[in-house]
Ligand binder design. Structure first.
Ligand code: ATP
Ligand code: ATP
Ligand code: MG
Ligand code: MG
Lengths: 254, 254
């Protein structure tokens, strides 16, 4: 079972879109996939037609009580994806876990404690570097870092890499990082400069696939399904399918 | 003195870009402007060439100690904009103010306590609905809500409006709201549908100007200057200048 988190403290750089669509594409490639929504805004849940406001028992209970992951998992209709959904109460986890020992390892424990066996667990995280994101990092083998073609996104990446290094030296847990360029429109020179900087920062640990700007990706979320199920011939579906293939190829070399 | 906050809990919908460029354009129209950076990520400061890592005394001290706004204000070089900068320590404000009485009114008090007189104070806020955003709301006459053309941005807006209503009934402080459509590429039907929904949600309280997708806006931040100073003939500069004109026109009717 491989656990992959989608991480970037920058807002709106494509984390949720990546989490949802990587799940959709891996599931179409016959892998059993669980999406863990660790964002209080619950956008990954929402983008798979699970309204956070209807979530009575979700990731908040899993993170702060003895609730197991299996108890909160729902099936996203129209797909065979399993989702552990979130709602706004997840924003209280920071205070609730404030003095708890081993608070960065809660999610890892719950994932390891699962009876059910998935091929992939994909974790969506919020735009912040707090306890939720640390739990996502601590629980993963691989962290995908979506980076949009803007200055702020690039600037934050340096900070993110430092923190991940710090955490891995502190916990002995080495998480593999790989950058994913998102919302790319190749026609501008500025974009090519940003791509070049990403490749330098990540020393080549960058997905070959670039996620192009594609309105179908936005439409898919408004229909509550992954792009793979909304429009499999779109540029968005092709790009995320290529990312899923790269992720599968990493199994072999792992 | 008019205080304007830029608010939306959705990540990456153009808050910082709007805060910076509204300041730049108002300043070119000869108004004295102060930008208050209330985001721990410090992007508004960064986009005006003020590195958050060099901020020893900034908005954290203003929000949690007796430090006055004037003590932290810096001039953004290359412009005549004043900036009250932020750094990552601002993320501790939540805990530091947790049990303080009147904690949503800290920023309002500090703005009212300023000796200096500005025509406009523009507040950039983080992608969350916590104590920092509540302070921004409590301190403002007008809240601009940038909304990108995506499903999540639109969905969050309903929640935001509810919360603002709640806060205004609770505090008696009525803040005026106005939506600003951002990153618009008019060619898609999906965009037109989103624009229509925004107009309905805000009952017409929407800026007539649409901020078009324009790579020059991204380049300007990487050069640490507002678009008005980077490329005044670009679509980005024209659009934000039009927004500034609409804001000035609101003075007359206020
Ligand atoms: N490649 C793309 N082409 C077009 N639109 C996209 C693309 N990727 C993401 N979007 C849209 O951009 C917006 C931001 O993306 P998304 O919500 O996935 O980012 P995020 O990093 O999860 O944001 P947050 O920090 O708020 O959690 C969404 O409306 C999404 O539909
Ligand atoms: N109209 C536009 N055209 C092109 N790029 C834009 C436009 N508006 C914003 N951007 C870029 O999109 C990215 C996100 O914008 P910005 O950082 O202003 O959003 P934000 O709401 O402040 O994000 P956060 O929630 O992280 O604070 C930035 O890289 C910015 O340069
Ligand atoms: Mg998200
Ligand atoms: Mg911002």
């Amino acid at each position: 079972m491989r656990v992959i988190s989608v991480i970037n403290q920058k807002g709106g750089c494509g984390k949720t879109t990546t989490a949802i669509n990587l799940c959709g594409c891996l599931s179409q490639l016959n892998r059993r996939v669980l999406l863990v929504d660790l964002d209080p805004q619950g956008h990954a849940s929402l983008g798979l037609n699970l309204n956070p406001e209807d979530v009575r028992c979700g990731m908040t209970e899993v993170m702060t009580q003895s609730t197991g992951l299996e108890e909160v998992i729902r099936v996203a209709d129209g797909t065979n994806l399993d989702v552990a959904p979130a709602n706004i109460t997840l924003s209280t986890v920071e205070q609730l876990l404030a003095d708890a020992a081993g608070k960065e390892g809660r999610l890892l424990n719950k994932i390891e404690g699962m009876q059910r066996n998935y091929d992939y667990v994909i974790i969506d995280s919020p735009p912040s570097l707090g306890i939720l994101t640390f739990n996502a990092l601590r629980a993963s083998d691989l962290s995908i870092v979506p980076i949009d073609m803007g200055f702020f996104s690039l600037h934050g990446v340096t900070k993110l890499i430092e923190i991940i290094d710090l955490v891995s030296r502190h916990t002995g847990h080495k998480v593999q990082l790989r950058a994913l360029a998102t919302m790319v429109s190749l026609r501008t020179r500025f974009t090519r400069e940003v791509l070049e900087e990403i490749r330098q920062h990540f020393e080549g640990n960058v997905f070959r696939t670039l996620i192009r700007n594609n309105v179908r990706l936005r439409e898919a979320t408004s229909h509550g399904v992954p792009i793979s199920h909304y429009d499999r011939r779109s540029a968005g579906a092709n790009d995320y399918r290529a990312v899923a293939e790269e992720v599968l190829a990493m199994e072999v070399s792992a």
